[in-house]
Design a protein around this ligand. Structure first.
Ligand SMILES: Cc1cc2nc3c(=O)[nH]c(=O)nc-3n(C[C@H](O)[C@H](O)[C@H](O)COP(=O)(O)O)c2cc1C
Length: 308
């Protein structure tokens, strides 16, 4: 049975994953936190926490709230900064079998470019995931990713300074995901990641105040799934030469298979990790079981099958 997938087919280096299940940014730390309780080397890849040029403390507490069928978060990119990541984390990753992708975020084009420059050529880093879709920061983030022109501009600027496989993570907070996906693909993205969280909020009726310290946050988990799935389906209908990575509310192998049938070559598991960090490994096993039961030899045969 063949589970491996190529997630940067146009890139000289390429990026082959042993299977299509990836731990999503912000929900799996730097991977190091889960190294011992779980067999993380059997994952397709790990995307680390969103990384900025300088370390960030993130947003005021509370930063996480539960809603029906989903989670709201407004972490605000708390992270150790790219230089500490290169010094402390990359040497550990360089000894791993599982590829680690660094999710990067910035407040300006220059900041994205500078981070990408610093990461280029560092052993232990297999690719960049360009986060132009964070709903929880004042400057940058989602603003860049919700407009096809700025999304394309940042993608090409990073493309110019980095030879690493480049995934671009898009926001669902837009009425026209297809135009954004086109612009980013034409600007040199090696894969499209669909999607980040939906901007949302909740109010505590006892205190009569918003539940999150930052007022709004990003909605993830099962409530997000039908939205992300629809976006994967729409983009897959328009763009065939750049692989799509589906993310949003994947809790089980069945959820992952829906994304693959909609047109995703691979999937990311996020919120499920907050409940059970073994979830992505269970998703891989569930996909394997499904292929075996259905007598399908290659996962590729399922990609986009719901469209045909
Ligand atoms: C607590 C938390 C932190 C997150 N941090 C990041 C981040 O730093 N960068 C990023 O691109 N996405 C971040 N995300 C978004 C996830 O990677 C994922 O795109 C989103 O949660 C949808 O998938 P899910 O429903 O499986 O969680 C975060 C999500 C959560 C719940």
């Amino acid at each position: 049975m063949k589970l491996s997938v190529q997630l940067a087919p146009k890139n000289k280096r390429g990026l082959i994953l042993s299977n299509p299940v990836i731990a999503a940014s912000g929900t799996f730390g730097y991977g190091t936190e889960y190294e011992h309780p779980f067999d993380i080397q059997s994952l397709g890849a790990i995307v680390c926490k969103g990384t900025t040029l300088e370390p960030r403390d993130g947003n005021p507490q509370p930063r996480i709230a539960e809603t029906s069928n989903g989670v709201l978060n407004s972490i605000g990119l708390q992270n150790i900064g790219v230089r500490s990541l290169i010094r402390e984390k990359a040497p550990i990753w360089s000894k791993w079998k599982v590829p680690v992708i660094v999710n990067i975020a910035g407040s300006s084009d220059e900041e994205y470019v500078q981070i990408a420059r610093e990461l280029d050529g560092v052993t232990g880093i297999s690719g960049i995931e360009l986060n132009i879709s964070c709903p929880n920061v004042k400057a940058g983030g989602m603003e860049f990713g919700a407009d096809p022109i700025s999304a394309g501009r940042i993608t090409s600027a990073v493309r110019r300074v980095s030879s690493l496989p480049l995934w671009v993570k898009l926001t669902p907070n837009t009425g026209d995901i297809v135009s954004i996906a086109h612009s980013v693909s034409e600007s040199g993205a090696d894969a499209l990641v669909l999607t980040n969280t939906l901007k949302a909020m909740a109010i505590d009726i006892k205190t009569r105040r918003p539940l999150l310290g930052n007022v709004t946050g990003g909605l993830s988990g099962p409530a997000l799934k039908p939205v992300s799935l629809r976006m994967v389906y729409e983009v897959a209908g328009e763009i065939q030469d750049v692989p799509i990575i589906g993310v949003g509310g994947i809790m089980t192998a069945e959820d992952a298979l829906e994304f693959i049938m909609a047109g995703a070559s691979a999937v990311q598991v996020g919120t499920a990790n907050l409940i059970n960090p073994g979830a992505p490994i269970e998703v891989i096993q569930g996909i394997r079981d499904y292929l075996q039961k259905e007598k399908i030899d290659d996962i590729k045969d399922l990609v986009g099958i719901a469209r045909r």
